[in-house]
Design a binder for this molecule. Sequence first.
Ligand code: SF4
Ligand code: SF4
Length: 267
Amino acid sequence: MDELRKKARALLEAGEVRVVIGYGGGTGDRARAIFVREPERADELIFDGRCRQNLAIYLTRREVKELGKPAIVATLPALKTVLQLAGEFQIAEGGLVVLAPGADGSLIEFKTFADIEKYLAGAASPIDPAEQAEMDRVRAMSPDERWKYWLGQISRCIKCYACRQACPMCYCPRCTVECNQPQWIPVPSHELGNLEWNVMRAMHLAGRCVDCGDCSRACPVGIPLYLLNRVLIGDIESNFHQRAGMKAEVDYALSTFHPDDRENFIR
Ligand code: SF4
Ligand code: SF4
């Protein structure tokens, strides 16, 4: 933590960045995002097991961009998000400083996107055992049972859009659910509208989701959105050999055509 605070203070004092996006004390088991703009506030930064939110979400937010060049405190999913956002031309090399604190108090400052790529290539992404057990349980269901399972889950959706708001890859200035001429997705929370909304969001995130889990954690009714995300991550990986957030140059599966694509999904 000392290393992180020292670095943040130095960056702000030297004017190398205008804001450090990091974690501060929150309530319960969650730290909250803080935006440190004065060197003397660097000591408010923390880094421990409560720091789970993917702070890269703020890199595309207009209000944060207006503060000037940022440094960001990045967990593993945030590092992936930085690369994915770079691949989607939302951030540029040299436009931010990326700081990755370790659990042992160490600190890595990434100078280039290529350095992040190298680091991620050798990093493991552990899966929560309870989530793995639920994934295995749903995978073992018959297609009919799985369909009923998802209809049951999605029927609880209240269309609050917290999942979208929490997602670092949902950065469109105007979401399709807010377009009403024509109204593509029904506004009320009912079975068909809920299904359309959740399928539409899953498809928009296919090949782009970095598996940070923030959408699942944000859902007030506890819909296990990570299950949908991970199935799509697995399908994109096995069919197109791509995994989001591993490279700063994106060959996006759902918008790139190769003559040797298998296309078995339309046969
Ligand atoms: S869809 Fe969920 S898990 Fe994937 S990047 Fe967005 S918030 Fe993270
Ligand atoms: S956060 Fe949960 S309840 Fe809210 S819109 Fe997303 S899936 Fe539905």
